[in-house]
Design a protein around this ligand. Structure first.
Ligand code: FES
Length: 134
């Protein structure tokens, strides 16, 4: 699992790990690191609104709602000042195989290091309000 440190706001506020973007968001005063890509069709979850009636994010593409509780639990992270360090799940290890399939043979080579790039993603007002970006 890659451990990535990046700024909570500004130019490099998004860590792209093996092609998946992650940002630091703040909702109702509580900060957390989240995937900036919707699980439905890859919409820009960093631009999501917070549903007024519940603790859910609303994706701007198809308005599918995602539980904030689930998002907060997904990525362990610690904020220190203007930076956050997150333990990003290694999606290459998350391949699912049926229970009846024979066990996979042992890996012959060590997995390659994940690619990590930093870039900027603007956050919606609902996700940036308490972080001082909105
Ligand atoms: S891509 Fe987010 S709801 Fe469809």
């Amino acid at each position: 699992m890659p451990v990535v440190t990046f700024p909570v706001e500004g130019r490099d506020n998004c860590a792209v790990v093996d092609g998946t973007p992650y940002v630091y968001a703040t909702v109702r005063g509580e900060g957390f690191v989240m995937r900036a890509r919707c699980a439905h069709r890859g919409g820009p979850l960093h631009l999501a609104a917070v549903a007024a009636e519940s603790a859910r994010l609303v994706c701007p593409w198809h308005e599918r709602k995602t539980s904030l509780t689930r998002l907060r639990a997904e990525i362990p992270a610690v904020r220190t000042g203007g930076r956050v360090t997150a333990v990003i799940p290694d999606r290459r290890l998350a391949l699912v195989r049926p229970c009846s399939a024979p066990p996979a043979p042992p890996a012959l080579a060590a997995p390659s290091a994940p690619s990590v790039e930093l870039e900027h993603r603007p956050l919606s007002r609902d996700l940036a309000r308490a972080a001082g970006c909105g």
